[in-house]
Design a protein around this ligand. Structure first.
Ligand SMILES: [Fe+2]
Ligand SMILES: [Fe+2]
Length: 331
């Protein structure tokens, strides 16, 4: 009997401890939730947090502005920063909201000369010098049925695109990059999931494809410095991304080799369209304005660089993507 009572007492203690654990977990979750709100409220980006939409926060800062601020030092931000005495925190005002998060401070990043790093969307160690010696005329001859099918798809997409944009290179480039940044992310994501699912290595492709996607996104951020999309272009990108993301996702599931071949041919067309861009820049049909600061820092270009230099390095990037995807199609 006494043994039975002891067992009941012991199970009672266990139950109490379990309840305390659950309560402490709940407190922890609530604490985390409140802290997240605090942090993101300071950043004025609550509208971007899933699950917090509709909570009635009014921050007076549109999501588009938040997006803009997250990728570049806008003129407004630059002016604000100039007025601020503390120039050490030039990485963006919103970083002030996360000066200390559970005692963890954001890193202070500086350039080689000691001046503060001004970009949030990339870091100094992600910058590079583009290899402009790459052959921009290379073409993978379609020999197999799969190659011909991939080539046919790209050619059928090419003509309506050229008809729509004609010689509006800036607009063409900007919208092209919104599409070009999708395949790397989809391919990388699917290979990542495959690696987890099969408990096997990826052979380095996940990182390569994600880096390609990031590089394409940086092309877009560069063109955003030079031109802003109109409302109907934003709508077009919205629709095209929905179609292209899902189409490429299915294509990659069915045949990764076919998907990479399609991207290889798309990159060939990207190289061609940038060549046309350069021809019109040389002819003076497009104004050869100074290179945006983001491009100078990202590609380590000389300060006096122009749009022509920027298009040249972007074309070299596209040529590398072309080779990478054609290679991925056979490996
Ligand atoms: Fe690109
Ligand atoms: Fe590309």
């Amino acid at each position: 009997m006494s043994r039975h009572i002891s067992a009941m007492k012991f199970s009672g203690i266990l139950l109490k401890q379990k309840l305390q654990l659950v309560q402490s977990k709940q407190v922890y979750q609530a604490y985390k939730f409140v802290n997240n709100i605090q942090v993101y409220t300071d950043q004025q980006q609550v509208s971007n947090i899933p699950g917090l939409r509709g909570f009635g926060f009014s921050l007076g800062n549109s999501s588009s502005e938040a997006r803009f601020r997250s990728t570049m030092a806008s003129n407004k931000e630059k002016n604000d920063e100039e007025k601020t005495s503390d120039n050490n925190d030039r990485a963006g005002d919103h970083l002030k909201g996360i000066v200390s998060y559970w005692g963890v401070n954001p890193p202070k990043i500086t350039t080689k000369d000691g001046s503060p790093w001004r970009w949030n969307c990339f870091r100094p160690w992600e910058t590079y010098k583009a290899d402009t010696t790459i052959d921009v005329t290379k073409h993978h001859k379609a020999t197999t049925l799969m190659d011909k099918f991939a080539y046919g798809i790209v050619q059928s997409l090419k003509y309506p695109t050229y008809m729509f944009f004609q010689r509006r290179h800036m607009c063409h480039a900007m919208l092209l990059e919104t599409v070009a940044a999708v395949p790397g992310m989809v391919g990388g994501m699917l290979l990542h999931c495959k690696s987890l699912r099969r408990f096997e290595h990826s052979g380095g492709w996940i990182k390569a494809l994600l880096e390609e996607a990031e590089n394409e996104r940086m092309h877009l951020m560069t063109f955003l410095e030079l031109s802003q999309p109109r409302w109907y272009e934003r709508a077009l990108v919205f629709a095209v991304q929905g179609l292209f993301f899902n189409g490429y996702f299915v294509a990659y599931l069915v045949s990764p080799k076919l998907a990479h071949r399609i991207v290889g041919y798309l990159e060939e067309e990207a190289v061609n369209s940038y060549t046309e861009f350069l021809i019109d820049l040389e002819k003076g049909l497009v104004e050869n304005r100074p290179a945006p600061a983001i491009a100078i820092d990202y590609w380590r270009l000389p300060p006096e660089s122009t749009l022509k230099d920027v298009v040249t390095v972007i074309r070299a990037d596209e040529a590398h993507h072309r080779d990478l995807n054609h290679y991925a199609s056979v490996s």
